[in-house]
Design a protein around this ligand. Structure first.
Ligand SMILES: Nc1ncnc2c1ncn2[C@@H]1O[C@H](COP(=O)(O)OP(=O)(O)OP(=O)(O)O)[C@@H](O)[C@H]1O
Ligand SMILES: [Mg+2]
Length: 261
């Protein structure tokens, strides 16, 4: 799916050096010699079906293809299958039919080390943030790097620019309970991208936020997309979708429909 880019945001978002390196790499790969790399699907679903053990048919014959650097909104009513689709992409749920690949990983029967490797390449943002309450902002973000085996020095190098990117460097030592909802969501974005994943999945990231905070979150996601990160966002917020010109698909009763390409 060819991404249709929004007009550039006027307010700038600071990018950490690691992300800037990725940006340089993304620019480099836009040259013709490496064009084939950007035509490799980043996410590919072919006639995917998912029925939960209790018989709920969450996804029916879903086909979807995204290329590196695409940005896609997935809309649809409650219960339509949006979260289920994202869960299939990071291997949280298994599908029953069709085929699914993400970043070259075939999701059929993916487990153990391979599943862990795939998950390192995906950043995930949830509506309810899922921060660790007894850990500070810095610790919540650092935890991802620590779990991936980074040493203390590398963690201290990566943290400040990532917190700066989401405008929270001054809140590094606060606990989640001391933050507003918008700030907590920005911590969860920092946590999702600090490991530089090529794919970012956001499940209703603005679901608990007011209009201003929603716009801020979407602006950060667009900025991350502009440096080559593939971004998929599920949302109920028709206004957010209308005010951007990224591609949109809709899920209704488990079936996927193209809204805007
Ligand atoms: N763990 C589960 N066990 C059984 N059924 C489930 C499970 N998770 C989701 N479902 C069912 O699958 C369907 C799709 O659910 P899903 O959570 O993907 O919808 P959604 O579009 O994300 O909804 P919402 O907008 O409310 O978050 C629903 O009918 C739901 O009841
Ligand atoms: Mg959901």
């Amino acid at each position: 799916m060819a991404p249709v880019k929004s007009p550039p945001d006027r307010r700038s978002v600071h990018l950490p050096s690691g992300i800037r390196a990725q940006q340089r790499a993304a620019k480099a790969t836009s040259k013709p010699a490496t064009k084939s790399a950007s035509t490799t699907p980043s996410v590919s679903l072919r006639q995917v079906g998912k029925t939960y053990p209790d018989g709920s048919q969450a996804l029916i014959d879903v086909s979807l293809e995204l290329r590196k650097g695409d940005f896609l909104f997935i809309t649809g009513p409650s219960g339509a299958g949006k979260s289920t689709l994202l869960k299939l992409l990071y291997g949280q749920e298994k599908f029953d039919s069709g085929s699914l690949t993400v970043g070259g990983f075939n999701l059929a029967n993916l487990r153990g080390n391979q599943l862990a490797l795939l998950r390192r390449r995906i950043g995930i943002i949830f509506q309810d943030y899922k921060l660790i309450p007894r850990r500070t902002v810095a610790e919540n973000v650092a935890f991802v790097l620590w779990a991936q085996g980074y040493n203390r020095k590398e963690i201290s190098r990566r943290l400040p620019p990532t917190l700066k990117m989401v405008g929270l460097q001054h809140k590094a030592d606060c606990f989640p309970s001391q933050l507003s909802g918008g700030e907590q969501q920005r911590v969860s974005i920092a946590r999702a991208v600090v490991g530089m994943p090529p794919l970012l999945l956001a499940d209703e990231p603005t679901g608990n936020l007011d209009a201003d905070n929603s716009r801020q979150v979407i602006r950060i996601l667009k900025k991350l997309n502009s440096i080559g990160i593939t971004v998929i966002v599920t949302t109920h917020d028709e206004h957010l979708v209308r005010t951007s010109n990224f591609p949109v698909v809709q899920l209704r009763d488990g079936r996927l429909y193209q809204v805007r390409s």
